[in-house]
Design a protein around this ligand. Structure first.
Ligand code: FAD
Length: 288
């Protein structure tokens, strides 16, 4: 059985790539082109997101299976607690398992806009730890769960959030993939605090190289990650020059990754937004 934890035993630099499922055949073809570009650098795995509100259910399923079969890259599917009860979940994940996709990023899912409490589906789950426990009972999946170096936006406190992370790991998660961050000290502090309360699994930093100012402002606002003031100002100063924004984003991400590697991280998970050129340059630089 394939397990997320096996990837982090390698001697060389380990990285993985998250993509989202496009809605059109052209978009999907483009994803395969992008993955083809990065494949030679041997990503440990590719993960395929599950749309907010579960609205890419079939797209996620089809794309994860297609990548697994055509690209010969270990593939993970994201799955959330949104909108499905036990029987529906079971059918969905058993199909993926039967097609050979045995890695899952198990999540609760985001709250819809304007809602301040999670709408637990009938006969479904309210928190990711419950989903992890259930998925384990259905099939011996290897699972990753989400961790938040700057605290989950709904959590009462950092300490509570860490205890909730521990529940997910104790329910059976093999690794933690972190929310994106732009301040490495937040990640180092998070790992230290997690270790202190007995979370021992690999905690993989999540990095989103910035390519667009409005996009990163929106994402960081939604997920509660901090954009360092100097970086933000530099992006604002170059707002109308997309090449300059990309260069700033790439240089910042490279510095961030080099520092993470220097600190001995087990690997890096890249949020690709379905573009791999920047990731390819960063990984090449690290590997050299
Ligand atoms: P949980 O771990 O369930 O936590 C949610 C909140 O409840 C937290 O504040 C936590 O502290 C608290 N909590 C947890 N367990 C308990 C408990 N037992 N009792 C009381 N409180 C508890 N979203 C998508 O829709 N699709 C995706 O594909 C997707 N991929 C992601 C990938 C990564 C690596 C990350 C970091 C996030 C991703 N998200 C995705 C976003 C994620 O769904 C949201 O951040 C969501 O708001 C929380 O998900 P979770 O799994 O961390 O939830």
């Amino acid at each position: 059985m394939i397990s997320f934890s096996d990837f982090y035993k390698a001697d060389e630099f380990v990285f993985s790539v998250e993509i989202f499922p496009p809605k059109t055949p052209e978009g999907i073809a483009k994803v395969f082109d992008e993955l083809q570009q990065i494949r030679e650098l041997k990503p440990a795995f590719v993960s395929v997101t599950y749309g907010a509100m579960g609205n890419t259910r079939e797209l996620t399923e089809d794309l994860a299976i297609a990548i697994h079969k055509k690209m010969d890259i270990p593939t993970a599917f994201h799955f959330t607690c949104v909108g499905a009860g036990r029987e529906e979940i079971k059918k969905y994940v058993q199909h993926l398992a039967a097609e050979g996709v045995q890695l899952v990023v198990a999540l609760r899912g985001d709250l819809p806009k304007g809602q301040n409490a999670f709408d637990t589906p009938a006969d479904g789950f309210c928190y990711a730890n419950e989903l992890v426990e259930y998925l384990k009972s259905v099939h011996p999946f290897s699972m990753a769960v989400a961790g938040y170096p700057e605290k989950h936006i709904e959590a009462e406190s950092f300490a509570d959030d860490l205890l909730n992370l521990k529940r997910k790991v104790e329910a059976g998660a093999d690794i933690v993939l972190t929310q994106l961050f732009y301040n490495n000290d937040c990640y180092y502090d998070f790992v230290e605090r997690a270790r202190k309360i007995g979370i021992t699994v690999p905690i993989i930093p999540g990095i989103l190289p910035i390519v667009n100012l409005k996009q990163v402002e929106k994402i960081t606002t939604l997920c509660g990650a901090t954009l360092p003031k100097d970086l933000h100002q530099n992006l604002i100063n170059n707002e109308n020059d997309s090449d300059a924004i990309k260069k700033i984003g790439e240089e910042f991400a490279l510095e961030q990754c080099l520092d993470l590697v220097k600190h001995g991280v087990p690997g890096i998970h890249f949020y690709s937004m379905n573009k791999t050129d920047t990731i390819k340059r960063i990984v090449t630089e690290i590997k050299n």
